[in-house]
Design a protein around this ligand. Structure first.
Ligand SMILES: [Zn+2]
Ligand SMILES: [Zn+2]
Length: 255
């Protein structure tokens, strides 16, 4: 049994209701944050989630709407009373060059973000490599068409599995990678006529869902143009193998 909480359903654009991308995933083996936008730092507290006990953070790529909260969160953890007694490991997992990116930030003003009351481990993974973001949780990454480093992730907790595409251009192989997942969290940045190749629009997200055939799908990374349409009605125009939800901040899904 896993449980996903949507911390941020939006894009990088400031929005009154949709914060930037982040999801909290509870598993039987511990908790994992999927991307850490700047807003995620406070959204965790707003949702009453035990942020001081968070076990691992997955970073899909280095765009600031996905990694911008990581340094502030480490800074907050270093000084917050709630983390001073913590001794268990915090594992940070991301693409190749992940260490360089966060160390560069750390050095910019001598924050010493990795000198915490508890150990911090940085793990860099490559596409198609099996790894364990948490002990007992198996994962695999898949290269996406967004940035040179961007990765989708598939996580399995026993029988249950979640795929999080993060930002990506259209590639049917992501559908194959997501085959049979219990939950497919897929970006659908634009409603239609997307202005860039490095994101998805609704028809492409629905195509990936069709290929993957998950038990449930969640559309996210919604740009402000979604404000002006009836998203549920648009989704219903497609034949889908499963229930397809539009993310909103605060939505929780049992997996
Ligand atoms: Zn991005
Ligand atoms: Zn993004």
């Amino acid at each position: 049994m896993m449980k996903l909480t949507v911390l941020g359903s939006g894009s990088s654009h400031p929005h009154p209701l949709r914060s930037s991308t982040s999801f909290w995933l509870d598993t039987e083996k511990g908790s994992i944050l999927l991307d850490c936008s700047a807003s995620a730092v406070h959204r965790m507290a707003q949702e009453g989630l035990p942020w001081a006990d968070l076990d691992a953070i997955w970073i899909s790529h280095f765009h600031l709407d996905h990694i911008g909260g990581l340094a502030p969160f480490l800074f907050g953890m270093k000084h917050a009373p709630a983390t001073q007694e913590r001794r268990k490991l915090l594992r940070l997992v991301g693409p190749q060059r992940f260490r360089d990116v966060i160390v560069a930030f750390d050095r910019a003003a001598n924050y010493r973000l990795f000198e915490q009351p508890f150990p911090v481990e940085i793990v860099e993974v490559s596409a198609n490599e099996a790894f364990a973001p948490l002990d007992g949780i198996s994962a695999k990454a898949f290269k996406t068409l967004h940035k040179p480093e961007s990765l989708a992730i598939r996580l399995a907790d026993g029988e249950r599995s979640v795929v999080y595409t993060a930002d990506t251009g259209f590639d049917p192989k992501i559908g194959e990678f997501s085959k049979g997942a219990d939950l497919l969290v897929v970006e659908s940045s634009f409603v239609a006529n997307k202005p860039v190749g490095t994101h998805l629009e609704l028809s492409e997200a629905m195509e990936l869902i069709k290929i993957a055939g998950p038990r449930m799908a969640l559309l996210n990374h919604l740009f402000p143009e979604w404000d002006g349409v009836n998203g549920e009605n648009l989704v219903r125009e497609y034949v889908s193998p499963c229930e397809v939800l539009l993310a909103f901040d605060g939505l929780t899904i049992d997996v």
